[in-house]
Design a protein. Structure first.
Lengths: 304, 391
């Protein structure tokens, strides 16, 4: 073995040790505070609910059965409604967020640089306030007797004295309001890099303004759009605070179901099963978005 | 170019089958002349990009807009494409006023400086894009792509992805994408400026041949005067939003309209005239005889018109009165086909520099420090006005 080989070997061993030392704390942290609790949570989902609300053996699928709606009194669709509401609310609010954020981000990107910074700040600053406080703000704006509710009443949109809050509508509004910055920022980043020559090329090659949008603008902003969709749809799906406060208990989402099972309903296996369902649904959503990104992006990775 | 290219065929100008469609071609050429009248462009804030430009571009012509950056040449091209709106004046293509026609309704296509290919589309779909927007059926589009790929020799490039292409390849795809639409006029915005020198001259030749074969009107923008001269039938030299001169490359190079054009075309032997008496002008290099009767404040002597001989040698053309100067060689640049000498001339207190370009005929070269006799024909002393248009 040559001298050089020996040096190289020693060096590689040293590098391996350095790598281990630098990675170990983080790896341990993730293992102790993420992997272990998740594994515990998953195992709880397969346990039985004890008389005092404690998870205990034997391992069964009871929790999943009751999650699907089978209880003492036969089948009820309540939990399925909650799942459906979660999906519905996150998809609808995602759609609305895109509708609002897309033109806003585009407009900001066209402003003078100084104005851009101010407008971006205006988008972001409200989200520095606590979510709960902002939800209370919406309560004040939407409860019965407020100008907005009266207006809606007079237009015949809601029953008299009902108010816009609490309702599904208030939850959607709260979600859209809450997640808007998470869509505006990635979209703005995409618009800032927009190659205007592509737009002009499309116009030059006989594309009408509308077709130009679909061929030259949308594909270029797609990475931002998809990144924003992940940032909006996934937290919205598991949202707890907004449906709790603005839904008034009538617009439960999956997050509220899980929370109540770990809290007042004292059925940890059911709560864990709900959490597992949430995790799986989120992963499924991510896979779909990823597929979409790859298909629309011509084979290049766009999401995650 | 009385006839259309012999490769034209009923299927289109790019297919390889021979046919003669002369009448159709001349009709097409009628449709592709351009007339600009009093075209102005003023940006908000009072910046004037173009000041009342009048320009006639003939059908089937390779016309170049030449000028330094910021002279308004790209703005002019964008107006032809419809991507910029003139603040005043009218623009007609083939006798039809298109001043207010949006870009997607003009039979004009552009090769952009950055090429502006669509990265999410395949090369094939990029090329066929214009046809698709015009509503051509898929099968017919594919056929056209095959034709144009043969015409521009794209080979297997059409099966690649855009991000797998080099700069030169992108340029050709951009050209194919524009040409396939068979526009009345093709606009080219410095399409070669991003390429290295070798590829550039190769593509210059390709582009020129393509234009001649199609007989299509090309409007070309460049800041490179050599490129402009090589390619163009006619050149318009612009500065500060004003056309300084329109002419063939030979006219613009040999008879620049003013000092700006002369400098921009790369002329260095420019000498201010202090006095004139008949055919004799007083310059820093002494009194020069000229045959140019026009008024002017600057004398231009093109470097390739200078005759260099040894001090004792007989005149280049005995019996003719030539301007004769004694100079010293300061620097020599050997370029193979020609040799450039930088000469210094002392006229009393006045020190001047001259540049001579002598074609390399295999004669003995002068060395740095040699004394040489410079002879200048009176017809090669050209009068220039030193104020440019509009300045």
């Amino acid at each position: 073995m040559s001298q050089v080989d020996v040096v190289w070997r020693r060096r590689r061993r040293l590098e391996t040790r350095h790598l281990l030392v630098s990675v170990l704390p983080g790896a341990l942290w993730i293992f102790i505070f993420l992997v272990l609790p998740s594994a515990y949570l998953m195992s709880v989902a397969f346990m039985t609910n004890g008389g005092f609300g404690q998870p205990q053996l034997p391992l069964t699928l009871d929790a999943f059965r009751s999650l699907a709606g089978f209880g003492f009194l036969g089948w009820s669709p309540g939990n399925l409604y909650t799942l459906w509401r979660s999906i519905f609310q996150s998809v609808i609010s995602l759609g609305l967020v895109v509708l609002v954020a897309y033109p806003v981000a585009w407009y900001i990107s066209l402003c003078r640089p100084r104005l851009r910074a101010i407008m971006l700040l205006a988008v972001v600053v409200p989200s520095w306030t606590n979510q709960v406080i902002r939800a209370f703000g919406w309560m004040n704006l939407l409860s019965p007797g407020t100008p907005l509710s009266t207006l809606a009443e007079n237009m015949g949109l809601i029953a008299p004295n009902m108010g816009l809050f609490p309702s599904d509508f208030a939850v959607t509004l709260g979600l859209v309001y809450n997640f808007l910055p998470f869509m505006v920022l990635p979209l703005y980043a995409a618009f800032e890099k927009l190659d205007h020559a592509q737009i002009e090329a499309a116009r030059d090659l006989y594309a009408s303004p509308l077709r130009t949008f679909f061929v030259a603008v949308l594909p270029q902003t797609l990475p931002g759009l998809l990144a924003g969709s992940v940032l909006v749809a996934i937290p919205a799906f598991g949202m707890y605070v907004i449906p709790e406060l603005l839904g008034g208990g009538r617009s439960q989402m999956l997050g509220n179901l899980v929370a109540s099972q770990f809290g007042e309903a004292a059925n940890w296996p059911l709560g864990a099963a709900g959490a597992l369902l949430m995790l799986l649904a989120t992963l499924l959503g991510l896979v779909i978005l990823r597929r979409m990104g790859r298909r629309l992006g011509g084979g290049t990775e766009m999401v995650i | 170019m009385a006839e259309r290219s012999p490769t034209a065929a009923p299927g289109g100008p790019f297919s390889a089958i021979e046919s003669t469609t002369g009448s159709e071609a001349s009709a097409a050429r009628e449709a592709s002349s351009i007339r600009l009248k009093g075209i102005r462009k003023e940006y908000p804030g009072g910046v004037v990009a173009l000041e009342s430009v009048d320009l006639d571009i003939r059908a089937g012509e390779f016309f170049t807009l030449l000028g330094p950056s910021g002279c308004g040449k790209t703005t002019l091209l964008r107006m032809l494409a419809g991507l910029d709106e003139p603040s005043g004046g009218t623009l007609s293509i083939g006798g039809v006023d298109v001043t207010d026609t949006p870009p997607h309704k003009r039979s004009v296509n552009t090769v952009f400086q950055s090429y502006a290919l669509f990265p999410h589309l395949s090369v094939r779909d990029n090329i066929a894009f214009g046809l698709k927007m015009r509503g051509m059926a898929r099968a017919e589009r594919e056929q056209k792509v095959v034709e144009i790929a043969g015409f521009i020799k794209l080979g297997s490039l059409v099966d690649r992805r855009v991000d797998q292409l080099s700069g030169g390849q992108r340029q050709r795809i951009a050209l194919a994408r524009a040409l396939i639409c068979e526009p009345d006029v093709l606009l080219l915005d410095e399409p070669l400026s991003a390429l290295d020198a070798g590829l550039r001259s190769q593509l210059q030749v390709e582009l020129l041949r393509t234009q001649k074969r199609l007989g299509m009107t090309f409007v070309f923008v460049t800041h490179d005067q050599e490129e402009a001269m090589v390619m163009s039938d006619r050149i318009a030299v612009l500065s500060d939003g004003i056309i300084q001169q329109i002419g063939t490359p030979q006219e613009v190079y040999e008879r620049p309209a003013n000092l700006f054009v002369a400098r921009f075309m790369g002329h260095d032997n420019l000498f201010p005239i202090s006095a004139r008496e008949g055919a004799t002008v007083q310059t820093p290099i002494g009194a020069l005889e000229t045959e140019d009767k026009s008024e002017g404040e600057v004398a231009l002597i093109r470097p390739e018109t200078l005759e260099l001989t040894s001090p004792g040698a007989p005149s280049a053309e005995p019996g003719k009165r030539l301007n004769t100067l004694m100079c010293r060689v300061v620097e020599r640049f050997y370029r193979g086909s020609n040799v450039e000498y930088r000469l210094s001339h002392q006229n009393g207190e006045q020190h001047s520099e001259l540049i001579a370009e002598i074609s390399n005929t295999g004669d003995r070269l002068f060395r740095v420090g040699d004394e040489v006799k410079v002879e200048i024909y009176p017809e090669d002393v050209i009068m220039l006005s030193d104020d440019e248009e509009g300045a």
